[in-house]
Design a protein. Sequence first.
Length: 364
Amino acid sequence: MKIKNIISALEEMAPLAYAEDFDNVGLLVGDSETESTGVLVCHDALESVIDEAVAKNCNLVVCFHPILFSGIKKITGKNYVERAILKAIKNDIAIYAVHTALDNHSQGVNKIFCDALGLTNTKVLIPKQNFIQKLVTFTVPDNADKVRNAMFEAGAGTIGNYDNCSFNTQGFFTFQGNEDSNPVIGEKGKLHTGEELKIEVVFEKHLQSRILKALFANHIYEEVAYEIYDLKNSHQTIGLGMIGEFENEMDEKDFLVSVKEKMIADGIRHSAFLGKKIKKVAVLGGSGSFAIKNAIQAGADAFLTADLKYHQFYEAENKLLLADIGHFESERYTKNYIVDYLRKKILNFAIILSEENTNPVKYL
C-alpha cells in the first residue's frame, strides 16, 4: 500500500479544506508514492517519535500538530523542529499533519472532547463562515434526473443531516445558436423555445471542481448554463469548538474534579466559582481564548479550553466558569480517534499508537 492510499483515508476523516487558513496541514515531509511499511500516530512528531517510528518500522508518521508550522529557510538541526525533520528525511519517513482540519470536523477534536466528558446534544460552537456555495443549472426534463443525481454523487445537496437536497423550478427557455453552434435541440440560426427545469443545489466550496465535472459530463447541452454563488450561511456542522449538556447538573467543584479525572489533567486553572450549577458546557480543544465570548453568547455554564492568559480569566465576566485544563490534555484522545478510524478503514495493516508522551508541560 502506498502512502497516498493512507492519505486518502486521512482526508476522508479530515478534509484539508476544513483547516484554518493559517494552518499547515497535509503531507509535510516525504513522497506520497512511496510504499508504506506502517503508520505511527502521535500528537507531536518530535525527534523521539521519529526514533519510535524507526524502531517500529513505520515510514509514515501521522501527527495532530504540524511539526512544520511557519516558514523555514535552513535545516541545520539547531532546534527541535529541524532535528525532527532531519531525522525523518535521513530515515525516509513521511510526516502528515491533520490539526485544524480535524478541529473543524463535526466528529473531530471537540466531539471527542465532549464524548470523553459525557456531554450530549452537542453542536458546533463557532460555525464555519464563507464555506458554502450554491450552484444553479438548467436542463430539459428528460436530462434532469441524470444531472441532479450526478451532482449528488459528487457531493452536492448535503445540508446538515440531510443529503440529496435540491430545489427545482419549471420554466421555459429561449436560444438561438450561431453558425459555429451544434445544438442538441433545434437548429442553428433559428430561435428555439421549450420546457426546462432549473435545478439548485448547495455544496461545500472545496467540492466545486468535482461537482462541475459531474455536471458537464452528464448535461446534454453543448453550452451548459450554470451559475455559482457564494452564500453567507454559516456551516452548522463544521467549525471550531462545541457545546453540549449533561443529563444531570452538578456543582462547580464536582464538575472540575470530574473533568480532571476524565481528561487526566494534572492541574486545572479556573475563574472564580459563581455558585451556579453546571449543565451546559462549551469546549474548545487547544488554544481557545478567542471563543470565550462565543461560549457566553451560547449560554454555557462553563467553558473548557487551554492556554488562557492572566487577564483572559476576567473575560468570564461572572457569566460562566472558565477553565484551562491544559493544551495537551484538551486534545488527549485525538490520536486514539485517528488510530481507530484508520484501523476501520485500512484492514490488516500496521496502524500503531505512539507510546511517546510529547506533552512539554510538567506539573509538581
